[in-house]
Design a protein around this ligand. Structure first.
Ligand SMILES: Cc1cc2nc3c(=O)[nH]c(=O)nc-3n(C[C@H](O)[C@H](O)[C@H](O)COP(=O)(O)OP(=O)(O)OC[C@H]3O[C@@H](n4cnc5c(N)ncnc54)[C@H](O)[C@@H]3O)c2cc1C
Length: 352
């Protein structure tokens, strides 16, 4: 198993429960990957038709798998000791559970067993089934430039530094194909430099109010938010000069609520962090930068997580789930991680 984040730990926990002898190699110096930094909301669309409509270019069989299995897999997480902190996503179109990500990481690491920190998987072992769960390629500027945007150098990284496309490279070398949507990513608009943003600020400093703002690039060209997740706006900003945009909010929109915060709260957080914020009469203008959290394209897999002979991919390494839109990366990682482990063990082999 490569990667001790959401997909890798779920896969290892599943494999061990089935009696396998599993080693989880982890490139970073801690467990949990992006999962540990996340808001911990593991969700699906309430209606499958909405999933299809919002992510129209995704593989229907993968979307069906996530949709059908998620509720059972959420219950499984709780049997391992995961602590649910909310049972409502706050979005009427979706359903899911928010977990405390520290407790989630700890209980999954316990269930996964043999996790080896600071040991990246560099080559595929011969003759040993391998599940790739290295978290996609958001941290590789070269791959982001190749697939996502020529402005890769300006894009902020809102995740760990370790997901550099190792799974994609290894799977491709083994004969796997890329999924659809290699140019798509999940991310957020964040306060622009000189704002200082630490890992612990990734959730708190997100500027999630494009729908209440006039969004322009540095040339004054406008873009409006077409989705509730605002992922379309963030992907657009990522391709503008300097991956920069200006969010102008009129006074009457500052009180609007987005989840648990108001627009004014988010603006104030950006200002405190040191982002350029200007007043124009009663309006406020915040400079933001696109930040990449996870890539949405990756290795093409089937509904058993198979990528190539003897090789499975799960989590952000497996593309084709949210293509064309946005769906929960934690949910896809949980479901495909478990499915891949079960399939890898179907022949009774030990997994590495
Ligand atoms: C701030 C933030 C908020 C988020 N909020 C949410 C949310 O509320 N809901 C949601 O669904 N998603 C959310 N996400 C996204 C979610 O965290 C990811 O979609 C999910 O963690 C993907 O799981 P994964 O296992 O593919 O990757 P990760 O959890 O990142 O795990 C990948 C692991 O692989 C390791 N690795 C990389 N290369 C190698 C290698 N060669 N060998 C061994 N190990 C390797 C990495 O170090 C990492 O530990 C958020 C992410 C962030 C950063």
């Amino acid at each position: 198993m490569a990667g001790a984040g959401m997909a890798g730990l779920c896969a290892a926990a599943e494999a061990r429960a089935r009696g396998a002898d599993v080693a989880v190699l982890e490139k970073g110096d801690r467990v949990g990957g992006a999962m540990l930094l996340s808001s911990g909301v593991v969700w699906r669309h309430r209606e499958f038709a909405d999933f299809r409509a919002e992510c129209p270019a995704g593989q229907p069989e993968l979307q069906r798998l996530v949709y059908d299995r998620l509720d059972g897999d959420l219950a499984w997480l709780e049997t391992l000791g995961a602590v649910a902190t909310e049972r409502d996503t706050g979005n009427p179109r979706t359903t899911g559970v928010r977990f405390d990500t520290r407790a989630l990481t700890a209980c999954l690491a316990r269930a996964a067993g043999d996790v080896r920190l600071g040991e990246p998987l560099r080559d595929l072992p011969t003759g040993v089934p391998t599940i790739l769960a290295t978290g996609g390629f958001a941290a590789s500027r070269a791959l982001v430039r190749e697939h996502v945007t020529p402005e890769a150098d300006a894009l902020l990284l809102r995740s760990t530094p370790w997901s550099e496309g190792d799974g994609l490279r290894l799977a491709t070398a083994a004969g796997a194909s890329p999924s659809a949507g290699m140019d798509e990513f999940y991310g957020r608009a964040m306060p622009a430099p000189p704002a200082s943003i630490e890992e612990a600020d990734f959730v708190r400093l997100a500027q999630l109010y494009a729908r209440h703002a006039t969004v322009t690039n540095v040339h004054g060209e406008q873009r409006s938010a077409a989705t509730w997740s605002e992922i379309d706006v963030v992907q657009w900003i990522a391709r503008q000069p300097g991956a920069r945009a200006l969010y102008r909010v009129e006074a009457d929109a500052l009180g609007a609520r987005v989840r648990e915060r108001t627009v004014a709260d988010m603006v104030a957080a950006a200002e405190r962090a040191g982002a350029p914020v200007h007043r124009d009469g009663d309006a406020v203008v915040v400079e933001v930068r696109a930040a990449i959290t996870t890539t949405l394209g990756g290795v093409r897999v089937d509904a058993r997580g198979r990528a190539a002979p003897g090789v499975w991919a799960a989590g952000a390494d497996a593309g084709g789930v949210a293509t064309g839109g946005y769906a929960s990366g934690l949910a896809a990682a949980l479901v495909l991680g478990r499915v891949a482990a079960a399939d890898a063990l179907a022949g009774g082999a030990a997994a590495a």
